[in-house]
Design a protein around this ligand. Structure first.
Ligand code: ATP
Ligand code: MG
Length: 430
C-alpha cells in the first residue's frame, strides 16, 4: 500500500543508519572547534522576516525566491531561517555579547530554502556554522581556515577539497565595479543566458557565480573586481595570501568567487570538490565587518563560514573509508542461550571500566559465523566470545578484528587486556 502522507519535497528523514555517519562527523568537528576555543550557541529556527531583508540583500536568490515566509497567528511576518549568520549576529547584539568582547561561536541545525531539490541541494538542509565576532583580521581568518582544513584532514577528505579565495573589497569599490561590469555585459547581451539577463540590472555580481561554461569564458574577457578594490583591501588580501603560503595552506585565487549573500566584504572563500557534480561547494564563508552595525549593534569586525553537512557527508561516504573504521569498540557474542546473563554481567563491567566505549551485545541467537559477519559489518574493533568451555575455565576469547589476532585469557585480566588493545585509538563518534 502506498502511504499517501509523504514528507515535503526536498525535506528528508534522516534514519538511524544515516545518523550514525552524522554523529561521527559532527563529533570530530565539534572536538576540533572546542580545541580552538569555540562555543556552541543555539538559535531559533524562525526569525522576523525583516531581519533577513535588512541583511542578506534584496537582490539575492535567497531573498528573491528561496525563503519560507509566512504570517504567524499574530500576523507577524516570520521566516524559517535560510542561513545562520544573521540570526547569530542578532542574538549576540540582543544578549549584549559584543560590547568589547570577543566571541568564537558555532551552531548546528537545519536551514530552509525553497530551491529545486537535487543531489546535494535540498529545501531543508543542515549547516555547521562558525562565527567569530570582535577580532580584526587577518590572523583570525588564517586560524579559521586552518581549523576547517584540520577537519577535512581528520575526516580523511582533504585531498578531495580545494580552497578558493578572493577579495570582494568594500561596498563602495563594488559599486564602481558593478557599473563597468554592466557596461561590459550589455555589450555582450547576445551571449547571455536568461538567468544572466535577469540578473544584469538586479544583481550583476551574481553573474560571476554562473555555472554556464560559455558565460564563464566571456567573463574572462571582462573587468575584474580585484582591480577595483581599494588599497587597504588589497594589502589585506595580500597579507592573507602570504600567511597562507607561510602556513602551508594550499589555495587558488578565484577572481570570480562571489558570495550569494550581500553582507560580505574583503576576504571570501569556498572549499570545493569535483567529486559531487554541480553541487560542489562544501563550505563557504568570508568576512562581514559591517553586519553587526547594520543590525544596530556596536562596530564589530566579524568572520564566519558554514559547512553544508549533507554535501560533506556525501563526499565522505563516497571518498573515505575512515568514517566507518571504528563504529563499535567491543562486540560481545552470545554463544548459547544459557550464558546470556553472564555476557550482560561482563558487559556491565566493561561499561564501568570504559564509559566512553561503544559496547554492544548481540542477543541474536544466530550461528557463530553469522555473529562474526555482523561484528564485521558494524566495523567492530574487538569481539569477545564466551562459550560453555570458557565459562567453565573462567576464561574468555578475545578476537582483535583489526589485527586478526585471537587469544584466550582469564576473565580476571579482561579489563587490563582491553585497555591495552583499545588504548591506541580513541573513538571519535562519541
Ligand atoms: P550554492 O551556491 O551551492 O547554492 P550558497 O552560496 O547558496 O551555495 P551558502 O549560503 O554559502 O550557500 O551556504 C553554505 C553552504 O551550505 C554551501 O556551501 C553548501 O554546502 C550548503 N548549502 C547551501 N544551500 C544548500 C541546499 N539547498 N542544500 C544543501 N546544502 C546547501
Ligand atoms: Mg544557493
Amino acid at each position: 500500500m502506498i502511504n499517501k502522507y509523504q514528507s515535503i519535497r526536498g525535506m528528508h528523514d534522516y534514519l538511524p543508519k544515516e545518523i550514525k555517519h552524522w554523529n561521527y562527523v559532527e563529533s570530530i568537528i565539534k572536538k576540533i572547534l572546542s580545541s580552538y576555543g569555540y562555543h556552541e550557541i543555539r538559535l531559533p529556527i524562525i526569525e522576523y522576516t525583516e531581519l533577513f531583508y535588512r541583511t542578506i540583500g534584496n537582490d539575492t536568490d535567497v531573498i528573491e525566491k528561496e525563503m519560507y515566509s509566512f504570517k504567524d497567528r499574530s500576523k507577524h511576518n516570520v521566516t524559517l531561517r535560510p542561513e545562520g549568520t544573521v540570526g547569530c549576529a542578532r542574538a549576540n547584539i540582543n544578549n549584549g555579547l559584543l560590547n568589547d568582547q570577543f566571541q568564537k561561536l558555532w551552531y548546528f541545525g537545519p536551514m530552509f530554502r525553497y530551491e529545486r531539490p537535487q543531489k546535494g541541494r535540498y529545501r531543508q538542509f543542515y549547516q555547521m556554522g562558525l562565527e567569530v565576532f570582535g577580532f580584526k583580521g587577518p590572523y583570525i581568518d588564517i586560524e579559521l581556515i586552518l581549523l576547517i582544513s584540520r577537519c577535512w584532514k581528520k575526516l580523511g577528505i582533504d585531498k578531495y577539497l580545494r580552497l578558493e579565495i578572493n577579495s570582494i573589497g568594500s561596498t563602495k569599490s563594488r559599486e564602481v565595479y558593478k557599473k563597468d561590469l554592466i557596461t561590459f555585459l550589455e555589450n555582450n547581451q547576445l551571449l547571455l543566458d536568461i538567468d544572466s539577463k535577469r540578473r544584469l540590472y538586479i544583481n550583476p555580481l551574481r553573474i560571476l557565480d554562473t555555472k554556464n561554461k560559455s558565460i564563464q569564458l566571456l567573463l574572462k574577457k571582462g573587468p575584474l573586481l580585484i582591480n577595483y578594490i581599494d588599497k587597504n583591501s588589497m594589502i589585506y588580501f595580500k597579507n592573507i595570501c602570504n600567511f597562507m603560503l607561510e602556513m602551508g595552506i594550499e589555495y587558488t585565487i578565484n577572481n570570480n568567487l562571489i558570495r550569494g549573500l550581500d553582507y560580505y566584504n574583503d576576504i571570501v572563500f569556498e572549499w570545493k570538490t569535483n567529486k559531487l557534480g554541480t553541487q560542489d561547494t562544501i563550505c563557504a564563508g568570508g568576512r562581514y565587518d559591517k553586519l553587526i552595525e547594520t543590525l544596530g549593534g556596536p562596530k564589530t569586525p566579524a568572520i564566519g563560514c558554514a559547512i553544508g553537512m549533507e554535501r560533506l557527508i556525501l563526499l565522505i561516504k563516497e571518498m573515505s573509508s575512515s568514517m566507518m573504521s571504528c563504529y563499535i569498540d567491543i562486540y560481545l557474542v552470545v554463544f548459547n542461550e544459557c550464558n546470556k546473563l553472564n555476557i550482560i554481567k561482563i558487559g556491565e563491567i566493561l561499561h564501568n571500566s570504559f564509559p566512553m566505549f561503544k559496547i554492544i551485545i548481540n542477543y541474536y541467537n544466530g550461528s557463530l559465523k553469522r555473529q562474526f559477519q555482523l561484528a564485521n559489518k558494524y566495523h567492530s574493533k574487538v569481539v569477545l566470545l564466551l562459550g560453555p568451555d570458557e565459562q567453565e575455565k573462567n576464561t574468555i576469547i578475545i578476537k582483535d578484528l583489526r589485527n586478526k589476532i585471537q587469544k584466550e585469557i582469564l576473565q580476571f585480566n579482561l579489563v587490563k587486556e582491553l585497555s591495552y588493545l583499545l588504548s591506541q585509538k580513541n573513538c571519535d563518534y562519541l
